[in-house]
Design a protein around this ligand. Structure first.
Ligand SMILES: C[S@@+](CC[C@H](N)C(=O)[O-])C[C@H]1O[C@@H](n2cnc3c(N)ncnc32)[C@H](O)[C@@H]1O
Length: 255
C-alpha cells in the first residue's frame, strides 16, 4: 500500500486543469476526484486554484487552501538583495555565500534566505511539499522583479537530506535546518494553520538527530538549527545562538 493511500487525493474541479491533475495524481499514486463529499476517506487534497497548486484539508475546502507564499514577509524590504539585518542572517554568518536549506517545507525561510541574496539550494523529502514548492518556485520565476534581475528560482532536490547531503559535489558554507519539533502543548494557539497542516500530514521529524549529524559532516563551515525556544538544542551546546520571536537559531561551527 502506498504511503498516501486513503490520506490524500487530487481534486480537479475545472476541465482545463484535468491533464495536469491526472499527471499529479499519477506521480503521487493517489486518486483523482472531481468533487469531494464528507464520506471521502482522504483528509487532504491537492488542487489547482487561482493559478496556484493548493493543499486543502476538509476544513479548507470551501475557504481556499494553502499554497507556497512567494510574497515577502511583513516588514521585509522589497528590494533585492534585501538587507541582511535580522537574527536569521546573523546566524547564517557574515561571510556565508552558499546555503542549503535541508528542510524546505513551505519554503518561507528559504524564500527569505533567497531574497537576502544568498546562493541557495533547497531539499525537501515530502513528495507533496515538493510538488507545492515546485509550483511556488515556478510562480516566483515568473515575477517581474525576478525576470528584470535575471534571477532563477532556487534549485529543489526532492528526497531525504540525510542521504542527499552525502552526495554533494561541493560543500556549502552553511546548512540550514528547521525540522518539526513536538509541540509544547497539544494544540498551540500560536501555531500557524500551514504548520498545523504540515504536522498533521507528515508528523514530527523523528530522525532530526541523524539529519543534524549528516549536515555537520556535509557543511564547509556551519550548521544553523531553528528551534522553538522551549526545545533543547539539537546538537548539544551551540557555538552561538540568536534569539528570534519564540524561537532560536542555534549555530554550530565546524572546526
Ligand atoms: C518545520 S518544516 C520546515 C518549514 C520551513 N522552514 C518553512 O519556512 O516553511 C520541516 C520540513 O522539513 C522536511 N524534512 C524533515 N526532515 C527532512 C529530511 N531528512 N530530508 C528532507 N526534508 C526533511 C519535512 O518534510 C518538512 O516539510
Amino acid at each position: 500500500m502506498d504511503k498516501y493511500s486513503g490520506k490524500l487525493a487530487v481534486l480537479c474541479q475545472s476541465l482545463s486543469d484535468k491533464e495536469r491533475s491526472q499527471e499529479l495524481a499519477d506521480r503521487l499514486f493517489v486518486p483523482l476526484y472531481d468533487s469531494v463529499d464528507k464520506s471521502a476517506p482522504e483528509s487532504f487534497f491537492l488542487s489547482w486554484r487561482d493559478g496556484c497548486l493548493k493543499l486543502l484539508d476538509k476544513e479548507l475546502l470551501k475557504k481556499g487552501g494553502l499554497a507556497v507564499d512567494i510574497e515577502p514577509r511583513n516588514g521585509e524590504q522589497r528590494s533585492w538583495p534585501a538587507p541582511k539585518q535580522d537574527a536569521l542572517s546573523q546566524a547564517l554568518g557574515r561571510k556565508t555565500k552558499t546555503v542549503i536549506d535541508a528542510t524546505t517545507g513551505w519554503g518561507q525561510d528559504s524564500l527569505h534566505i533567497f531574497r537576502m541574496g544568498y546562493e541557495l539550494q533547497c531539499i525537501e523529502r515530502s513528495p507533496i511539499m515538493s510538488e507545492l514548492l515546485r509550483d511556488g518556485f515556478r510562480r516566483l520565476a515568473e515575477q517581474d522583479w525576478m525576470q528584470r534581475l535575471n534571477l532563477e528560482s532556487p534549485p529543489l532536490l526532492s528526497g531525504n537530506a540525510i542521504e542527499l547531503l552525502n552526495t554533494l559535489e561541493s560543500p556549502p558554507d552553511c546548512i540550514y535546518l528547521d525540522p518539526m519539533f513536538p509541540p509544547k502543548r497539544k494544540k498551540s494557539a500560536l501555531a500557524k494553520k500551514s504548520m498545523m497542516v504540515l504536522r498533521e500530514l507528515l508528523g514530527d521529524d523523528e530522525d532530526k538527530e541523524w539529519l543534524f549529524e549528516a549536515a555537520l559532516s556535509a557543511t564547509a563551515k556551519r550548521v544553523v538549527v531553528k528551534s522553538p525556544d522551549y526545545a533543547e538544542p539539537l546538537g548539544g551546546k551551540p557555538s552561538e545562538s540568536y534569539q528570534g520571536k519564540l524561537l532560536r537559531y542555534d549555530v554550530y561551527l565546524k572546526n
